[in-house]
Design a protein around this ligand. Structure first.
Ligand code: TRP
Length: 361
């Protein structure tokens, strides 16, 4: 069977290192692997509006930021179709039909939705649109007949719900939709990058992010103020690795080759960790290594961003063309859905004939 990717991000801010390790890095690898016949990358502005209804300007401004971040990490519009969710109205129609296949309590049990309701203070009054975004996400995925959704583990409940909708739909209306699979990040270090403050998640609202578009100065400042081991007061004292941000980031980004190049005394990251745990390595040394490693990663990303920042109208053109192309695919799926649900009345000559026969004509 042909393999198709769909994945996306809400345009509520610039993308950061958490997005990079959690999904962007993998997307570029998958894009260049040649294993997938189609790749769709969605800027999920409709989903962003489900909890930003009063702030459409924020969503509008961040569409270009997310697009620039995509292009700067190496998403290639020749290989991947970048689309804007609201430009594909077929997605809304699909979601409206899928809502009949999902119970309220099913969505209430979704752990990601639960956390978001808490974080946004929606406990007392949940907007309908926000509550139904997992169903709309099922439309995003199925409209493109995606087989593969590369995403972080917080998206697992959405993919699970999508599979349930697909199964219910196909059972009731006949085989039409494709069941997707989530493709999780490869290693534990990539599952979820903590914020620079040591909190579990890098998140814009917590103000603990390193953005892909941060300047070298900002990166340096953020790394130098990172949470390490509060009990590691002097260089000689034994240090702890657990919850120690620079080490967690090194796990996610550094190769042993880089460790050897920047710190010739150590032949691997493990050797540095061992010495740190025994005592004798200062946090400054670890942070300096991390700054070097991050800069190696970020320099080409910044260069590509600067290139596209000088070509904004061209970027919008990429988004327009991508959305147009994506819409053709979604419209095709919607036709199939309408036919399966038998709501394609005017395309169904048998229906008209049999109704006429009922009345003797
Ligand atoms: N829910 C995703 C997020 O919060 C964004 C998203 C929308 C998405 N539609 C999708 C992800 C479809 C994967 C597949 O970042």
């Amino acid at each position: 069977m042909e393999k198709i990717i769909l994945t996306g991000d809400r345009p509520t801010g610039r993308l950061h290192l958490g997005h990079f390790v959690g999904s962007l890095r993998r997307r570029v690898e998958l894009q260049n692997s040649g294993e997938f016949s189609k790749i769709f990358i969605m800027i999920a502005d409709a989903q962003a509006l489900t909890d930003n209804a009063d702030n459409p300007e924020k969503v509008r401004q961040n569409i270009i930021e997310v697009a620039l971040d995509y292009l700067s990490v190496g998403i290639d519009p020749e290989k991947s179709t970048i689309l804007i969710q609201t430009q594909i109205p077929e997605l809304c129609e699909l979601a409206f039909y899928y809502m009949n296949l999902v119970s309220v309590s099913r969505v209430q049990r979704n752990p990601t939705v639960k956390t978001e309701i808490q974080m946004r203070g929606f406990e007392k009054s949940i907007p309908m649109g926000f509550f139904s975004y997992p169903v709309s996400q099922a439309s995003d995925i199925t409209a493109f007949k995606a087989t593969t959704v590369p995403a972080g583990d917080d998206q697992a409940p959405m993919i699970e719900l999508t599979r349930e909708i697909v199964n219910r739909f196909n059972n009731i209306y006949g085989p039409t939709l494709v069941e997707p699979e989530i493709l999780l990040p490869e290693s534990a270090a990539c599952m979820r990058l903590p914020g620079t403050d040591g909190k579990a998640k890098m998140s814009k609202s917590l103000g603990n992010c390193i953005y892909l578009s941060d300047s070298p100065k900002e990166v340096k400042k953020k790394v130098n103020s990172m949470y390490t081991d509060p009990e590691h007061l002097t260089i000689d004292m034994p240090g702890h690795l657990e919850g120690n941000c620079p080490f967690i980031y090194l796990d996610a980004f550094a190769t042993d080759e880089q460790v050897r190049r920047y710190l010739p005394d150590y032949d691997s990251l493990q050797a540095l960790k061992d010495h740190y745990t025994r005592g004798g390595v200062g946090d400054g040394t670890v942070k300096k290594l991390l700054i070097n490693v991050l800069e190696e990663l970020l320099v080409p990303i910044r260069e590509r961003r600067a290139y596209w920042e000088q070509r904004i109208p061209e970027v919008y053109e990429i988004l327009r063309k991508g959305s147009e192309k994506a819409r053709e695919t979604a419209a095709q799926t919607l036709d199939e859905v309408r036919a399966a649900m038998k709501i394609n009345y005017f395309a169904d000559a048998d229906l008209i004939k049999s109704q006429a026969a009922k009345y003797g004509k």
